[in-house]
Design a protein around this ligand. Structure first.
Ligand code: NI
Length: 205
């Protein structure tokens, strides 16, 4: 399935590109005060205006002061999206068990790349399966398009499925952002929930 192939291929591609851009920035500004996280200096993330699963307008700055896990996907995804969301949710839950106060500083966010079908209600039903504090966002096609661009996420309508549905090809990258909205790292959901918890322990303080 094309959808799966793209999912699997995109992460290393994105990671390589991001690592390069981080390296471009680091040498010139090296020395004291330069953060040592993997995505330091990468221009990923920023303002958006979207709609929550309960119908409220939500912007990036609403999460100021919180670490944020950000993942773009779609609720009708047959396999990879639910697996990714499950793993970062489980990883966060594991981290919360070990370090409750630090875990509470992290907000996990799911953003739909399928505004046509993912209404706030549908997104609400989806996120309820994973983590009690998981935030689900959707919006108009233009709002989603703008948000995806800001977060360096690719998506496009994929092949039709039996029964009148369709897949959405999209990059499946799980970002960790810091309290100021700075990109910190990509969470290794491909390695499972334990690896996600370990990565959170590395960066959240
Ligand atoms: Ni997917």
């Amino acid at each position: 399935m094309q959808h799966n192939k793209l999912h699997l291929n995109w992460v290393p591609l994105a990671a390589a590109a991001l690592t390069l851009s981080a390296c471009d920035v680091a040498p010139g500004s090296g020395g004291q005060g330069v953060p040592d996280w993997p995505l330091a200096g990468a221009t990923i993330g920023g303002d958006f205006e979207l709609t929550s699963s309960t119908g409220e307008t939500v912007t990036w700055t609403d999460f100021a002061g919180q670490y944020r896990i950000v993942y773009f996907g779609f609720t009708y995804c047959p396999d990879i999206c639910p697996t990714d969301v499950q793993r970062f949710s489980q990883g966060l839950a594991q981290f919360e068990q070990v370090a409750p106060e630090l875990g509470a500083k992290i907000t996990p966010i799911f953003i739909s790349v399928d505004p046509e079908r993912d209404t706030p209600e549908i997104v609400g039903e989806f996120i309820a399966n994973f983590h009690p504090r998981l935030v689900g966002l959707t919006g108009s096609s233009d709002q989603i398009k703008a948000a995806a661009k800001t977060f360096a996420v690719f998506y496009s309508r994929g092949e039709d499925t039996p029964g009148g549905g369709y897949l959405v090809d999209h990059s499946a990258v799980v970002y960790l952002f810091g309290p100021d909205g700075e990109p910190i790292a990509i969470l290794p959901t491909d390695q499972g929930a334990d690896a996600v918890a370990a990565e959170l322990a590395k960066w959240v303080n």
